[in-house]
Design a protein around this ligand. Structure first.
Ligand code: PGA
Length: 249
């Protein structure tokens, strides 16, 4: 079912006291929209964040996980570990994971399979680089990222997937895709899903936009018909800014 979601990706920011302080600030904010609110703190702070938001309208989610069930993968975190502390949603395929940790489509397909097999909901990220857009290749790149990591799945699997279109050139750069660019791509993504799985999957898919979403541009981006919410980086680190975006619906 299509939902409005605003998810804050904290990335490698906030130690434990800072996590507690930001959550305490978030709890002071008032939500006036129907958007689901999610925050993704670092692994070390997930348990504490989960515990302190247990009775609030905030879902704590993970930024990443490994594709294996368990074993000799030093430094990695498994789906079962996330599940065991109450986490129900994981971000996979963020462009920083792809760029700095060599996560390619094949690895991401395995991560998606593992997450879904453990009943985790996946926020699957993808998006083109600036060179792709300049070469007018952005749609082909996005289509291949989706196809390679997700199109082996049955239609029924998509009820546990949220898509996040994040053009790499707009992440952390202050440069946002225009609302029209976001809408055009989201419409194209829905068409790509429709061509493969039909409108039952395409029309119900929640598609987030990410890349320099701020209180000043959120309303216009979220007003586009195929944009269902946002994945927020920098602006998620300030409670007032984050809730201004949550309330932009
Ligand atoms: P940004 O990051 O909002 O800081 O551009 C978005 C993201 O990486 O998800």
């Amino acid at each position: 079912m299509r939902k409005n979601i605003v998810a804050g990706n904290w990335k490698m920011n906030n130690d434990l006291p800072q996590t507690e302080a930001l959550i305490s600030d978030l709890k002071k904010q008032t939500k006036t929209s129907n958007a689901e609110v999610m925050i993704a703190p670092a692994f070390t702070n997930l348990w504490q964040a989960f515990e302190t938001t247990r009775h609030d309208d905030i879902e704590v989610i993970a930024q990443n996980m490994h594709f294996a069930t368990n074993g000799a993968y030093t430094g990695e975190v498994s789906a079962d570990m996330l599940k065991s502390i109450g986490i129900q949603t994981v971000i996979l395929g963020h462009s920083e994971r792809r760029a700095y940790f060599n996560e390619d489509d094949a690895i991401l397909a395995k991560k998606v399979d593992q997450a879904l097999s453990k009943d985790l909901r996946v926020i699957f990220c993808f998006g083109e680089e600036l060179a792709d857009r300049k070469a007018a290749n952005h749609e082909a790149v996005v289509a291949s990222q989706i196809q390679n990591a997700l199109f082996h799945l049955d239609a029924s699997a998509f009820k546990n997937i949220v898509l996040a279109y994040e053009p790499v050139w707009a992440i952390g750069t202050g440069e946002t895709a225009s609302p029209e660019q976001a809408q055009d791509m989201h419409k194209f993504i829905r068409k790509t899903l429709n061509d493969k799985y039909g409108n039952q999957v395409a029309d119900h898919m929640t598609i987030l936009y990410g890349g320099s979403v701020k209180p000043t541009n959120a309303k216009e981006i979220f007003s586009k018909p195929d944009v269902d919410g946002g994945l927020i980086g920098g602006a998620a680190l300030k409670a007032e800014d984050f809730y201004a975006i949550v309330n932009a619906f």
